[in-house]
Ligand binder design. Structure first.
Ligand SMILES: Nc1ncnc2c1ncn2[C@@H]1O[C@H](COP(=O)(O)OP(=O)(O)OP(=O)(O)O)[C@@H](O)[C@H]1O
Ligand SMILES: [Mg+2]
Length: 326
């Protein structure tokens, strides 16, 4: 069966004064119906740019420099894509951003903001759209939903604003929701509630989700598969159990080793030494080479993403413990 979403060899570049930033350097991934894919990696690895590219939001000075995104088999971004694909962005695919305060309109009531999309995409008149908005607020666990419709974003707590964002994201019955760090601005208890809510909506609505996060603990709880990004590329993809039980790429191994919730016991947590390479002049060969304890001469050549277990990995030495006895 055709995956819901296919990203193939996607390249995104930003033309800046200093030169061309190669933000995405051949990203390939798929999302199946009903699947949650976790997208992880250090700051600057290209997670948000991947999300923006899928949503058609790459704008000057950025451009799609190669590859394609397909939605249900049809070109959506890149070669052969229509300029304004009807009913995909905002309807079939919606997005939850990291900071609800910057993505909600401070001058519009919650009700009007939710109703706007419903009217636009589902064609419901305002009164019916407001009824649906109230239902949605109740569904995302906001009490007194009717009364909330008349409130403005600043009258809600951070956790409630993020619930409103999720209500907006699912308002038009999307097939895919892309959530970019949906809980990083929230405290831990509220985080857990929001993630539970997303899991529940996914179950109920049969959604697919791309969940972008720094937090491998969140991935372990919520995702079916995980894609690990490094320097604008996918370096490993695998089912969630596999990635934690037997991470194949040294970078994945390092990430897991430096995640507190996962490494119980006396072992010391160790961050990966060094910094990701700059993307103005990305290195030749494996981008992780300079930080990798087991890099060898082969690593001067770019390792292709190849089949590995139930997933894929881009490393010549995949499966070798990189940081001593695991
Ligand atoms: N408008 C832009 N102009 C120039 N470079 C950009 C622009 N947007 C993103 N980039 C570059 O693209 C690369 C990927 O950025 P991106 O925001 O996708 O990282 P990220 O993985 O989401 O990081 P974080 O975890 O910090 O959110 C970075 O090197 C960034 O500097
Ligand atoms: Mg980001």
């Amino acid at each position: 069966m055709t995956p819901l979403l296919e990203v193939e060899n996607l390249e995104v570049a930003f033309d800046t004064r200093a030169g061309t930033v190669q933000a995405l350097r051949g990203v390939s991934l798929t999302v199946a119906r009903g699947e949650t894919l976790g997208l992880v990696g250090e700051s600057g690895s290209g997670k948000s740019v991947t999300a923006q590219a899928i949503m058609g939001l790459i704008d000057i000075p950025g451009r799609i420099a190669g590859g394609q995104v397909r939605w249900q088999g049809h070109p959506l971004v890149g070669a052969g894509a229509p300029r304004a694909p009807r009913g995909v962005w905002g309807k079939d695919i919606s997005m939850v951003f990291q900071n609800p305060m910057t993505s909600l309109n401070p001058l519009m009531t919650i009700g009007d903001q939710i109703a706007e999309g419903i009217t636009l995409h589902l064609g419901l008149p305002r009164a019916a759209a407001l009824d649906r908005a109230a239902e949605l607020l109740a569904a995302v666990g906001i009490s007194g939903a009717r009364r909330r419709l008349a409130q403005f974003p600043h009258e809600l707590s951070g956790g409630m604003r993020q619930r409103v964002m999720i209500a907006m994201a699912v308002a038009c019955e999307p097939k895919l929701v892309i959530a970019d760090e949906p809980t990083t601005a929230l405290d831990v208890t509220i985080q857990a509630q929001i993630l539970e809510l997303m899991a529940e909506l996914q179950d109920r609505l049969g959604l697919s989700i791309i969940l972008i996060t720094h937090d491998l603990g969140i991935v372990a709880g919520l995702c079916h598969r995980v894609a690990v990004m490094y320097a604008g590329q996918i370096v490993e993809v695998a089912p969630v159990e596999e990635i934690f039980a037997a991470p194949a790429h040294p970078y994945t191994q390092g990430l897991i080793r430096s995640t507190p919730q996962l490494e119980a016991g006396e072992e010391r947590l160790v961050a990966i030494d060094g910094m990701p390479p700059g993307l103005l002049h990305p290195p030749e060969g494996c981008a992780f080479r300079a930080r990798c304890p087991i890099a060898g001469p082969d690593c001067a050549k770019m390792p292709p993403l190849r089949a590995w277990g139930a997933g894929q990995v881009a490393c010549w030495k995949a499966g070798t413990p990189a940081w001593g006895a695991a």
